[in-house]
Design a binder for this molecule. Sequence first.
Ligand SMILES: *Cc1c(COP(=O)(O)O)cnc(C)c1O
Length: 479
Amino acid sequence: MSDSISRPSPDAALERAYALAREFLAGLPDRAVGARMDAEALEHALDGPLPAVGEDPAAVISRLAQAADPGLVASAGPRYFGFVTGGALPAALAADWLTSAWDQNACLHAMSPAAAAIEAVAGRWLVALFGLPATTSVGFTTDATMANFAALAAARHALCARKGWDVEAEGLAGAPPLTLLAGECAHASIFAAVQMLGLGHARVRRIAADAAGRMLPAALEAALAQAEGGCIVCAQAGEVNTGSFDPLAAIVPIARRHRAWLHVDGAFGLWAAAAPALRHLVRGVEGADSWTVDGHKWLNVPYDCGYAMVRDGAALRAAMTIRAPYLEASGARENGHYVPESSRRARGFATWAALRSLGRDGVGQLVERCCALARRMAAALRDVRGLELLNEVVLNQVLIRFHPTAGDADAFTRAVLARIQAEGTCWFSGTTWQGHAAARISISNGSTTAADVDRAAAAILACLRAERDGGSRNAGASR
Ligand SMILES: *Cc1c(COP(=O)(O)O)cnc(C)c1O
């Protein structure tokens, strides 16, 4: 039988994408860090009626890159300090391209033995790197939010099973009581996970924290003494504003004593466990029951990539396994039994490549270098009139606030920050810390250099001066 449809070659589109990607990456350190256009303006370039007739693939790629460019943020670049954002290591980025070309479905062993094997291996490497119990199971999730979801689902399973209740089958109506406890400064994603699990985010008991955002062990002890039913304690390694760590060495024995499930959200802070000079910050972490960490933050793997790690792998599998007669389990690792999704990207390849290209020492050096640069940034901003350093820089986060010569420091802080964001040398975001406006600088990209930090610090100081000198006159124009 002859076939009138010719198989289109991907070569021209891939070559166009390769050229455009190289151009983008080469310009990344020098382009304005913030976007030059907002989504509303960009829609004009990207919109229009869906063409009735298809276009040449390479032409589509050119058009896409051209239209999207003004709305791209240089978040993979060396002076993006927003949120907690890693760049992309060369090996991880290249592996991610191959992942798209291979287009494997990572759900079942039968769909891709390579995807099953890579997640098994990369998962073991991560567990060893963080010094967690060797039996720990790892699910490769989209992000830390879904890793928190998967880990807390495992916790829910285990605590219900202890009382003879099959929560996956029977649900929560009539289930034995569960109490969730989380620190005052727990990340919002914990509450997102809890609400999806049917445990109610408003029912989470908040445990008091100290001025740096660290959970107070005595407050946890008191709350557990009063709590009803099975308890899940959510501790944190790396608070998003200050980078501070809950005192895990004190929390672990308390959780143990009360037979609570201890989960550690270490989306970025758990990487301290991989850095010899910082490991003391997570002392005791291996005594928890589950851990969350992101690959797309400090490992500098492209989006998306998180890891749910659970000591009792059977609990994670019980909570996540998908069952259907046509989805026959092979006896080998079924990646889909460790995460909420079924069909998904084989994100283990990029993690394996990142870990392999850095090596154990390289991961530690990347993390330690970012922390040294955060201290360098803090030193450049310390003792500046009108600039207040709000945290002790224990990790990679620098929290600052600006003060006008007279007037409202909250409004002034937001105005200086808007000026910095518009100026383009660097970019970071605002927050509210202890009731006041603040700005958080996060250094999480392995390609950031001392020169980048010095350039950014100079731009921050120049924006502070400009806002103080002519703020009221020019504030509108700078936004
Ligand atoms: C960033 C972060 C999260 C959420 O990470 P996503 O990957 O965006 O889901 C959760 N917890 C902590 C402590 C974080 O820093």
